[in-house]
Design a protein around this ligand. Structure first.
Ligand code: G3P
Length: 208
């Protein structure tokens, strides 16, 4: 089975506005991939054939919550899931717990990020669809979690009660191979794809 490749568009210029559609179309050639986009770009869910996730949703209800991201609206726009607790958008445990439950109720899948293996174990008890282990210091760099922190991946896999993805610095097929060998089901990647000269070539390589 091919590895799952989750591409986080973040707020990169290459992956927002008109560029988001361009990159989403490239990603959609890889059926093992999922993209995580800005709330303003969730319209992509109705345009492309791979799952589109929100990068975050808020624990707000219908009503007077200007500027927040309502999970139900994300689902109605066609998104299949959401990232939660990314190290660039951390959430308190109680909020996360309620959000995962809420997303389950409306069939929005969740990928919950963790910084340490212990946190991966603890957060996996909330029963998200995936835990994504990412050491923050390697995010956006050229050295991958697979080469610099392999034991973090295997420890997270050991402690987690749900499937694990890993991310930070992932650029190559070799990074993915190591991650799979250590028990991960796939990778969470941003700059390696978004900022690549040829994102399709990188996606092909990451897809093994
Ligand atoms: O969400 C994925 C991310 O934090 C990893 O970023 O740029 O190191 O692939 P990057």
């Amino acid at each position: 089975m091919k590895p799952l490749v989750v591409v986080n568009f973040k707020t990169y210029k290459e992956a927002t506005g008109a560029n988001a559609l361009k990159l989403a179309k490239i990603c959609s050639r890889f059926r093992n991939s999922i993209i995580c986009v800005q709330a303003a770009d969730l319209y992509l869910a109705k345009k492309i054939k791979i799952p589109v996730f929100a990068q975050h949703v808020d624990l707000v209800d219908y009503g007077q919550f200007t500027g927040f991201i309502l999970p139900e609206d994300v689902e109605a726009e066609g998104a299949k899931g959401t990232l939660l607790n990314h190290s660039e958008h951390r959430l308190k445990f109680d909020v996360l717990k309620k959000l995962v439950q809420r997303c389950k109720k409306i069939r929005l899948k969740t990928i919950v990020c963790a910084k340490t293996a212990e946190e991966a174990g603890r957060l996996s008890r909330l029963k998200p669809d995936f835990i994504a282990i990412e050491p923050p210091e390697l995010i956006g760099g050229k050295i991958s979690v697979s080469t610099a922190r392999p034991s973090l991946i295997s420890d997270a896999v050991k402690k987690s009660k749900v499937p694990v993805l890993c991310g930070a610095g992932v650029h190559t097929g070799e990074d993915v191979k190591i991650a799979l060998k250590l028990g991960a089901k796939g990778v969470l990647v941003a700059s390696g794809v978004v900022k690549a000269k040829n994102p399709a070539r990188v996606l092909r390589e990451l897809s093994l």
